[in-house]
Write a protein that binds this ligand. Sequence first.
Ligand code: BYC
Length: 317
Amino acid sequence: MVNQDNDNDPRLVAFENKVAADQRIEPKDWIPDAFRKTVLRQMSQHAHSEVIGMQPEGNWITRAPTLRRKLILLAKIQDEGGHGLYLYSAAETLGTSREEMVKALHEGKAKYASIFNYPALTWADMGAIGWLVDGAAIVNQVSLQRTSYGPYARAMVRICKEESFHQRQGYESIMALAQGSKEQKEMAQDALDRWWWPSLMMFGPHDSDSAHSGRSMHWKLKRESNDVLRQRFVDQTVPQAKFLGLEIPDPDLRWNEGSGRHDFGEIDWDEFQRVIHGDGPCNRQRLSHHVQAHEDGRWVRDAMRAYESKRQARQVA
Ligand code: BYC
């Protein structure tokens, strides 16, 4: 059996039946504790990823090459802040406050996507992030629109609409470089070289090494496995790179006629483990920036709380 709860509990049986019947689990439903912990872990990590993911791009707002590019980048980053808010709100339906989720992030107890621990070194990285990082994110998130936890699935519908714009603007931006001067094309290739492997890591460990996949697939929280989604991303991205005239930095990448898919090289899993355990190129910088921004915003939260308690006191009086 999948959880530690009492197998004969009729509430557990009703829960399992609901999942098996492909019905959504809603906040009012009884859920086993292990399910609550798993959804909360994934949603809070997802929310943190959206918010921390604003940092590498925020770095380039003041240096965008044109007003048009600057407006697009600003809108995209703002969307990501919004995605974080939808996801924190959806996660709060599980009885944990946003404050507690942020505390877990600051204490290093909650993770966020490994990809955001890499630096955005050139303007071409803005294109590569949109094309590859949002491209990888959307492959995963399209599948999450059908996740079994209702508030998560509904948040994903809106997020996917915006992510698809993000991916397209990234591709359009990198295309401008790839079709530009020799130096611009080199910048685009350099960005692809640096972002390709970290993008593949976004899908998590191989299915055989994935600690949570078994339960998450059983509960239909995850609809497709890490490896299936990663393969889909590779198959969709290789022709896009070809169209741009850029080369994917993988000597083992080739079309496999038999399987009808691309074979590709092995990810550096030691690097992945280092990055998700706090030792990537920018982990410390990303977290300390978030802690600082949170501290800087304390007066706003305090003021809102003070206003709210005054408002409630007036209502009682
Ligand atoms: N990075 O058992 P597994 C965006 C951890 S942001 C870090 O396979 P699971 C965007 C995993 O948490 C979109 N950690 O886990 C924003 C677990 O550790 P814990 C981000 C990772 O949950 C701005 C351990 O490794 N998307 O779109 O079954 C600009 C074992 O893994 C990673 C989401 O968050 C990783 N890549 O599957 C641009 C999607 N991979 O928790 C774009 C929602 C694994 O036991 N999340 N770990 O300490 C998911 O779909 C799943 O959580 C994952 C992992 C596929 C990521």
